[in-house]
Design a protein around this ligand. Structure first.
Ligand code: COA
Ligand code: AMP
Length: 633
């Protein structure tokens, strides 16, 4: 039996011993009563009875062990021309003072704090300061519009909001303050106050009685100590797209999360304390929470916080410059970043301009990794390129090639085998296991491993209904795919209306809800269309109200703007097309899958239940005029 096989089997046959041993690597204020608590099955908890503090384990523990001078975080920001580094002692001190600021303003264990900030060290400090107090942070990605921020404020009811005057995108400054103001106008819940980081690129006027200047508050702050919390207490809530416009608050606990993430740094990514590890993502996404902030720090590694893009800041050599300059041994990013780099530097000439001799591995996730991109990266970088599969819900890998245990052969198109702790099955619609090689719903036998979400914020019923009731005894991932003869998993598509745009997860239902508010729109449908760079792009179809005689282009333009204002630029919604009717089944269900096939230029079978086949002709013509529906090889 190979080493991986041995570890994997043990994780399933004796989870108590397996995860109990992993937990010994952390400092606990009180040891757990039970490793796996199945008393409320199918709702499982990990390390119940245990008490710890995540910030202590991420920062103070290393300082107290004599490693305070080691670099903890390197901030590299090509958009502002800044490189700054913090030792573990520096970061601990900054976080302790920021926690002091929050505490002085009444933030206590269990209170929520919204963080709406760009990729600056203060945002990471904000997350860790909440963890230090046992408060629950909820980071909202900067590319979301005010109404999305307002929904998150109303759902999580924060005591405070941490924000900044602006974010910086290549070629434009994004003022955050007006977005924050509008969100707080829209939300029913009002926080006690906001702490605002003034950035020199675009300082803002503070709202008297509500806002405080970050640096001023910090200059008068007293550092505060870590507050131990229950292992099962929430560390954060991170909202992600569901099938409706109401986002789901994914809850992460303290104990299971710290154990799983620390374990994953060595066993999956093969990173030792002191090594430099870089995740090029955003702290607004789960990848950023887990692998920019928590996992590298729990492991005592050095993490890189990069405020820039793979291309355009200044060019397609940006990643190689960062890897060389900071001694990065492993990079984790989304395939779309590599597609962007490859488009601009197909021969990888910029790679050759840098000394990458210390670089060991590239990890990709966030969307399906097309074999072409994987092979290009392998060929140009000459290091293992590892596709791994996970979700906001799971917080870390569901399937991966665990480099720290045993490197398995790479099969392009597959994120390799189920990770330790994950017993994956592929089921048909009746819940029966399908033969190897056959596509079905990918599910995980309960319990899921530590670090995965125990529930949805304020929505236990929705949690059970969405994830646990489709196939009793299993977690429904929402992804479809198959397992091959060697136990490799292939993730092919979502089983719901979620699309993946440049590694960002979006709900087509959510975009439809926004489009439907346009006064001239009677009906609409949004689909995800294949895109060479971003994987998928949303395209909207609008049926106008009878009697509306406005030029189509005018309504289409307004619809695009409506989504930008209603969801945010991150939706990358650039195409709305007016059509006479939408294709439907006789029972009135919109045939989105068929529309998607037409848009992608794929072959499709005429659905037997279609109400009026002629509509598909019209859809096809409109798509062709807009540059879609080209027959693809
Ligand atoms: N704040 C404000 N606006 C933001 C933003 C932020 N934090 N992040 C993105 N946006 C805006 C962009 O400026 C862009 O606006 P535009 O329509 O005015 O051009 C829009 O949202 C779409 O952004 P994006 O999808 O990122 O496209 P892009 O063209 O700016 O960049 C890539 C394309 C491929 C370079 C970029 O998507 C990328 O680096 N992807 C890496 C993947 C990644 O980090 N995934 C996260 C999960 S692992
Ligand atoms: P998010 O919650 O934003 O991380 O998005 C999770 C979804 O992205 C998954 O459910 C998949 O649909 C997709 N995804 C993430 N990683 C992969 C991968 N390696 N291969 C295929 N799909 C992936």
């Amino acid at each position: 039996m190979g080493k991986f096989e041995e570890v994997y089997k043990r994780s399933l046959s004796d989870p108590d011993a397996f995860w109990g041993e992993a937990a010994e690597e952390l400092v606990w204020d009180k040891k757990w009563d039970r490793v796996l608590d199945d008393s409320q099955a199918p709702l499982y908890r990990w390390f119940s009875g245990g008490r710890l503090n995540t910030c202590y384990n991420a920062l103070d523990r290393h300082v107290e062990a004599g490693r305070g001078a080691q670099q903890a975080l390197i901030y590299d920001s090509p958009v502002t021309g800044t490189v700054r580094s913090y030792s573990y002692a520096d970061l601990r001190d900054e976080v302790a003072r920021l926690a002091g600021v929050l505490k002085a303003r009444g933030v206590q264990a269990g209170d929520r704090v919204i963080i709406y900030m760009p990729m600056v060290p203060e945002a990471v400090m904000g997350m860790l300061a909440c963890a230090r107090l046992g408060a629950v942070h909820s980071v909202v990605f900067g590319g979301f519009a005010s109404s999305e921020l307002a929904k998150r404020i109303d759902d999580s009811q924060p005591r405070m909001v941490l924000s900044a005057s602006c974010g910086i995108e290549p070629g434009r400054v994004v003022p955050y303050k007006p977005l924050l103001d509008k969100a707080l106008d829209l939300s029913a819940h009002k926080p006690d106050g906001c702490l605002v980081l003034q950035r020199p690129e675009n300082p803002c006027e503070l709202t008297a009685g509500r806002d405080e200047d970050w640096h001023e508050a910090l200059s008068q702050a007293a550092p505060t100590d870590c507050v131990p919390v229950e292992a099962t207490d929430p560390l954060y809530v991170l909202y992600t797209s569901g099938t409706t416009g109401q986002p789901k608050g994914i809850v992460r606990d303290n104990g299971g999360h710290a154990v799983a993430l620390k374990w994953s740094m060595k066993n999956i990514y093969n990173i030792d304390p002191g090594e430099v590890y870089w995740t090029a993502s955003d702290i607004g996404w789960v990848v950023g929470h887990s692998y920019i902030v928590y996992a590298p720090l729990l492991q005592g590694a050095t993490t890189v916080l990069y405020e820039g893009k793979p291309v355009g800041t200044p060019d397609a050599g940006a990643f190689w410059r960062v890897i060389e300059q900071h001694g990065v041994v492993t990079l984790f990013t989304a395939p779309t970043a590599f597609r962007a780099i490859r488009q601009q530097d197909p021969q990888g000439e910029k790679i050759a301009e840098h000394d990458l001799s210390h670089f060991r591995a590239l990890f990709l996730a966030g969307e399906r990794c097309d074999p072409d991109t994987l092979e290009w990266a392998q060929d140009k970088l000459r290091v293992p390129v590892i596709d791994h599969w996970w979700q906001t819900e799971t917080g870390w890998s569901i399937a991966a090639n665990c480099l720290g245990i045993e490197q398995l052969p790479v099969k392009p198109g597959s994120p390799t085998r189920p990770a330790p702790g994950w017993d994956l099955r592929v089921l048909d619609s009746e819940g029966k296991e399908v033969p190897r090689g056959t596509i079905g719903s990918i599910v995980g036998r309960l319990p899921m491993p530590p670090g995965t979400f125990p529930t949805l914020w304020n929505a236990q019923e929705r949690f059970v209904k969405t994830y646990l009731s489709g196939f009793p005894g299993y977690y429904q991932t929402g992804d479809a795919g198959y397992m091959d003869e060697d136990g490799y998993i292939f993730v092919m598509a979502r089983t719901d209306d979620i699309i993946n745009v440049a590694g960002h997860r979006l709900s087509t239902g959510g975009i439809e809800e926004v489009l439907a508010t346009h006064p001239d729109v009677a009906e609409c449908a949004v689909i995800g269309v294949h895109d060479e760079l971003k994987g998928q792009l949303p395209v909207g179809f609008l049926v106008l109200n009878a009697g509306c005689d406005r030029p189509f282009e005018e309504v289409e333009k307004e619809a695009v703007q409506l989504v930008r204002d209603g969801i945010g630029p991150v939706a990358a919604f650039k195409t709305a097309l007016v059509v006479k009717r939408l294709p439907k089944t006789r029972s009135g269900k919109i045939l989105r899958a068929t529309m998607r096939q037409i848009a992608d230029g794929a072959r499709y079978n005429m659905p037997a239940t279609i109400d009026d086949p002629a509509i598909l002709e019209e859809i096809s013509e409109v798509l062709q005029e807009a540059g879609y529906a080209e027959q693809r090889a």
